[in-house]
Ligand binder design. Sequence first.
Ligand code: CS2
Ligand code: MN
Length: 363
Amino acid sequence: MKMIFRWFPGGNDSVPLEYIRQIPGVSGVAVMLSDIPVGDVWPLARLQSMKAEINSAGLEVEVVESVNIHEDIKKGLPTRDRYIENYIKTLKNLSKIGIKCLCYNFMPVMDWVRSNLEFPLEDGSTAMYYNHEEVLKMNPALIAEEMLGNSNGYYLPGWEPERLKAMSADIEFYQNMSEEKYWENMKYFLDAVIPYAEEYDIKMAIHPDDPPFPVYGLPKVINSAENIRKFLKLNNSPYNGLTLCTGSLGGNKDNDIPAIVKEFVAQGRVHFAHIRNIKHMDEKEFTESAHLSQCGDLDMYEVVKAFHDNGFDGYIRPDHGRMIWGEKEARPGYGLYDRALGAVYLLGIWEAIHKGSHISRKN
Ligand code: CS2
Ligand code: MN
């Protein structure tokens, strides 16, 4: 298992690499080139200089999050083949700098959604907050305004400006598409790309839908154990795997997270873990919380134990964090302090479980 941290290259992050290097136990970063338009090939020279910068700060770069998928692929348009070809070219370039795992998502139109990026918590910190009724009351344009207008000037992953322009038309398009067709489009993409992922030795790791239930009638597919089973069967290669994000799947209280971790880690299909906690106020209303079990609905000991005991050997990162200790100028969810606390807390649980399991084996 390797503990890593998300970092946005090219002056796009408030957290310097030097600080990440100082978080005990964090060995590397997960990165993306956020200025490359969705569908274009990521240039090798850019990747090489990014890698050199990260390595010279004493960190590894083996994970990319995310190379986003062009909407035409999700829609199944004839132009998809061109974008799939570009995706494969990007994979090849990623392999040349030693990338081992690629996180991506297959959410239509918009990536993750929140109704408030700075929701005040009792302890004076702020966290990202989701309220389904509020989201439905706001139209998609207002949601985009809320997300982008409050992002402290930072680009938000998955909220590319070019995507937003086409938002209303895209939403309508999907509302008229059956969910089965959406699954077919996903299979088409996987069958085209996975053989290259195998050749280039890059594990593909799909991120669950966040929130894990439909918004604006858009298809949501990677949102439960049952649908994950269906997804993994679309293409049986171990290179067709998951980013298991506990906070995203945890948005639906019916999802038993330790059981989901156990099932898919045991099958060798989980390559990347996003671990964070979440606290529900209502069925479809929650805040992101500190990582500690006592701060949210998830039992982090059980979650980490399910990874550990089923032989997880991929990458883990703390997912989103709150804003604490006066940190204001960071990208929402991606400040330094709370994520650093999360990383070290998770490493502590891992160590205790690991040593404990040796002791019980000896006895
Ligand atoms: C988010 C996403 O929950 C998360 O990790 O920050 O933007 C995530 O990076 C993408 O959905 C993965 O493709
Ligand atoms: Mn996540």
